[in-house]
Design a protein around this ligand. Structure first.
Ligand code: IMP
Ligand code: MG
Length: 189
């Protein structure tokens, strides 16, 4: 029988319908907040936030430009290494006129976004806000907790390893249409 990804999922955490509602709610908020912005840039953090980014921008009611970056603070497993590695940078010389919204899949320790936000600010962006589909507040590093605020959050979730709708385990499960908790037996072999 063909391999079915759903069999590796212990529980559906965010259904397709819930994702749809999250996308519409956040798009409406961003549309409202940036109505006066002259240069809005939505920055997709590859690869995980690609589906969320694609859905989000289609619901925006105001003009925006796209940028893409690929960074990594994770190895191939389920633990953060703490270092921000820029694998692909945005191809833009000057962002000093830009209001940037970073679109992420999930905030875990907070390492990636804390460092990425600083990087974009150091490049001279006019403003930087953070939009994340998921947030695991229980996992936030104490030294980052007070320094990193998220401006748009889809849902707060418990400390579980989740996959789907962009999120992966060893590059798999990104194309699941919902977010689910990965069965422990899949990664604790
Ligand atoms: P942080 O730097 O610890 O906040 O990690 C953020 C990154 O770790 C995310 O962009 C994801 O790529 C990855 N990550 C954290 N938690 C999960 C999870 O539950 N499933 C899949 N990837 C995760
Ligand atoms: Mg990510």
């Amino acid at each position: 029988m063909a391999y079915c990804m759903d069999n590796d999922i212990a529980e559906v955490l965010i259904s397709r319908e819930e994702i749809d509602n999250i996308v519409k709610r956040i798009s409406a908020q961003i549309t409202e907040d940036y109505r006066e912005s002259e240069h809005l840039v939505l920055l997709c953090v590859l690869k995980g936030s690609a589906p969320f980014f694609g859905d989000l921008v289609r619901h925006l009611g105001i003009p925006c430009e796209f940028e893409f970056m690929r960074v990594s603070s994770y190895g191939s497993g389920t633990c953060s290494s703490g270092e921000l590695k820029i694998i692909l940078d945005m191809n833009r010389a000057d962002i000093s006129e830009c209001d940037v919204v970073i679109v992420e899949d999930i905030i875990d320790s907070g390492n990636t976004l804390f460092k990425l936000k600083q990087y974009i600010l150091d490049k001279g962006a006019k403003s930087v806000k953070i939009c994340t589909l998921l947030d695991k507040p229980d996992r936030r590093l104490p030294e980052i907790k007070d320094k990193l605020t998220t401006d748009y959050t889809g849902a707060q979730i418990p400390d579980e390893f989740v996959v789907g709708y962009g999120l992966d385990y060893n590059e798999k499960y990104r194309n699941l249409p919902y977010v689910g908790v990965l069965k422990r037996e899949v990664y604790e072999k």
